[in-house]
Ligand binder design. Structure first.
Ligand SMILES: [Zn+2]
Length: 392
């Protein structure tokens, strides 16, 4: 049996099925389960998903269950029809009549079955099912009735179940939407949003996925086409999921938790903020990898220069400046690269401010030693003087 549900109620339906299966255990019938037929799709601003329910065959001997009519106090009926079957419209305002015992009295529910051979519809009170059909149908009817209620709750965006609704979302859909938002307007963490009284990325993502009545979010949706998720968006998300699934999380609880949350097909609303952080985390990883690659390419041909203890001039570019606190006080690590790609490093005492990153200089220094650092040959120099500064 096929149904359509709200993508956001997927998790709720899963727990509804668990409860339903416990209830129907006493009828000793097959367990109900459902599978998704497709990925979530957008319709009128809401994400839906098609599911197929297995574990219930509505055929009993020569008869087929068509549905259940539930009577309301004002003599009207609610129709619960097996998907794909057709409940004749006259049953919408039928009385409480039972075709078996030929009596009309108050009944909470009546069952409509169809004879497979004659195609005739028969309406039966629940107590007469066994007498008429020869087998007990109560388990099947109850199971169907409960199933229909569970599906109704999870398929209509305007329905609210009695209890608190647990929202969930297909994690690829959530992440792809999140990616579009981050790429259009940047990432805003929950903490920053609270501080600056603005909307966090995960908040906007939920509004975009589940539908929103906030005008500024609707403007963002239109301006940046936030709901037009492309195959490219999904493949970036799959890469990010692959990265987190294989990341080394030793000693890092954040990465461990993110890994556990990301591997769920459905993520619950309380973890949305966590899940959203996968996008900037993966983007940071990508840019640090790119930087490493550039650095490795710049440095791979580095050779030693000069002679130890000799003082000489170098034409270099400054590629690294970092202030470090040591037990002897502040010092500055500066790295230079000459025209041939050779690396020089200087551990200068104090805060050295004569150099700017990526600027070229002529410097004079004494070669202290030749060494390898991270597998790359570098020349350590000291007593460095900025000659460019002197002539300027
Ligand atoms: Zn009857």
């Amino acid at each position: 049996m096929n149904f359509r549900i709200l993508a956001s109620r997927f998790f709720e339906l899963t727990s509804a099925f668990e409860k339903l299966n416990k209830k129907s255990e006493k009828y000793n019938t097959e367990k109900l389960s459902f599978d998704c037929v497709n990925d979530p799709y957008l319709e009128d601003g809401t994400y839906f998903q098609d599911i197929i329910v297995t574990g219930m065959i509505p055929v009993i001997g020569d008869f087929k269950l068509i549905g259940v009519l539930e009577y309301l106090d004002d003599n009207t009926n609610i129709v619960k029809c097996i998907p794909g079957e057709n409940m004749p419209e006259e049953y919408r305002d039928n009385d409480f009549f039972c075709d078996h015992c030929k009596t009309s009295r108050y009944r909470k529910e009546v069952v409509v079955v169809q004879n497979n051979l004659t195609k005739e519809y028969v309406q039966l009170g629940k107590n007469c099912l066994k007498d008429y059909l020869g087998i007990s149908l109560e388990g099947l009817v109850n199971k169907f009735s409960w199933l229909q209620d569970a599906i109704d709750n999870c398929s209509n965006p305007d329905f609210c179940s009695g209890g608190r609704i647990t929202y969930s979302c297909n994690n690829r859909l959530y992440l792809a939407t999140c990616l579009k938002i981050v790429n259009s307007i940047g990432f805003v963490s929950k903490g920053k949003a609270d501080n600056d009284s603005c909307m966090s990325t995960s908040f906007i993502t939920s509004e975009v996925v589940f539908g929103t009545s906030i005008k500024s979010v609707n403007n963002l949706i239109n301006e940046h086409s936030l709901r037009d998720i492309t195959d490219g968006d999904y493949s970036f998300v799959d890469e990010a999921l692959d990265w987190i699934a294989n990341v080394d999380d030793k000693g890092n609880d954040y990465l461990y938790n993110l890994k556990m949350i990301s591997r769920q097909d459905e993520v619950m609303s309380k973890h949305f903020g966590f899940l959203a952080s996968l996008i900037p985390a993966y983007q940071r990883y990508l840019s640090s990898e790119a930087e490493k690659k550039v650095r490795a390419e710049n440095q791979k041909d580095s050779e030693y220069v000069g002679e130890v203890k000799k003082r000489m001039s170098f034409d270099v570019k400054c590629v690294f400046i970092k202030l470090v606190d040591t037990m002897y006080g502040t010092s500055t690590v500066l790295k230079f690269i000459d025209k041939d790609g050779n690396n020089l490093v200087w551990f200068g005492s104090g805060a050295i401010t004569d150099y700017d990153l990526n600027e070229e200089y002529t410097i004079k220094g004494t070669v202290k030693k030749h060494e390898t650092y991270n597998g790359i040959k570098q020349t350590q120099i000291n007593r460095v003087k900025n000659e460019s500064l002197a002539t300027a």
